[in-house]
Unconditional design. Structure first.
Length: 92
């Protein structure tokens, strides 16, 4: 669905865990947030994860599956918000 190498996903999960944003249970135990979602900001995630090449925080698949509820909405919901965060970081 996200068209990303699992190694990258594991690295991101490790970074989020090290930042104290999530707990990860081994095996099929799953992942849980360490605090309420309303208390976690995009900036918290930005600080936890090293931006990928070119300074982009996230790169979404350019042509997500329209049958996927996440894929068909991700660009409309997040592109502008993530660009605003990146612009704010560059302005600092």
């Amino acid at each position: 669905m996200i068209n990303t190498n699992p190694v990258i996903i594991r690295k991101i999960l490790t970074q989020l865990k090290n930042a104290g944003l999530i707990n990860v249970a081994r095996g099929t135990g799953g992942i849980e947030l360490t605090r309420d979602l309303s208390e976690i900001t995009f900036f918290d995630v930005y600080e936890a994860i090293d931006p990928v090449e070119g300074g982009d925080l996230f790169r979404f698949h350019e042509a997500p599956n329209p049958e996927c509820p996440v894929g068909r909405n991700i660009h409309a919901l997040l592109d502008d918000k993530l660009k605003a965060i990146q612009n704010a970081m560059e302005a600092e």
